[in-house]
Write a protein that binds this ligand. Structure first.
Ligand code: PRP
Ligand code: ADE
Length: 171
């Protein structure tokens, strides 16, 4: 099955000049979505995860069903101020300014093998920050995976973990 046929590309969203890859149409199609989850399961098998982490918010849609399929726990990496109770932050640089991701204290058992999921890798800034956050709380990040990778942005070069993507886009 060609999964690219189930992803809609929307020009000039959310800003002029950006071609937005929309997974809404993939999620709407139960067979294509099931195939996506199965292919992700294959892609991350070599990383031997104990636990899956998803990055807000489309990363939750990607990681949660995969965790269920693999019989693993799922934890959330969220934007600042969204998680209740004690949290641990990691702040990273953007082109202009900074951003912060957070995780709940105690979400990662010491030394757990964690694999990070998101829907899409663009510049790699979000995924790289998530790797650092998970390490800060004692996780052993053994890999990362996305459904889509914008190869022309070379986000993969920013990562110091093994990384897999199902679909590559060069524009
Ligand atoms: O590789 P990067 O350049 O960091 O970009 C990729 C990130 O951007 C998108 O999330 P967005 O911030 O749009 O949030 P959303 O998932 O809540 O829509 C996407 O889901 C990734 O998390
Ligand atoms: N071009 C794009 N399409 C969908 N999500 C994105 N996140 C960052 N860049 C994106």
């Amino acid at each position: 099955m060609n999964l690219k046929e189930h992803i809609r590309s929307v020009p000039d969203f959310p800003k002029p000049g950006i071609l937005f890859y929309d997974i809404s149409t993939l999620l709407e199609h139960p067979v294509a979505w099931k195939v996506t989850v199965e292919r992700l399961a294959e892609a991350i098998r070599p990383f031997k995860p104990d636990l899956l982490a998803g990055i807000e918010s489309r990363g939750f849609l990607t990681a949660a069903p995969l965790a269920l399929e693999l019989g693993l726990g799922f934890i959330m990496i969220r934007k600042k101020g969204k998680l209740p109770g004690p949290t641990v932050p990691y702040t990273y640089d953007l082109e202009y300014g900074t951003d912060t991701v957070e995780i709940q204290e105690g979400a990662v058992p010491p030394g757990a093998r964690v694999v990070i999921l998101d829907d899409l890798l663009a510049t790699g800034g979000t995924l790289n920050a998530s790797v650092h956050l998970l390490r800060k709380v004692g996780g052993n990040v053994t890999g990362g995976a996305c459904i889509m990778e914008l190869t022309f942005l070379k986000g993969r070069d920013k990562l110091d973990i093994p990384f897999a993507s199902l679909l590559q886009y060069d524009e």
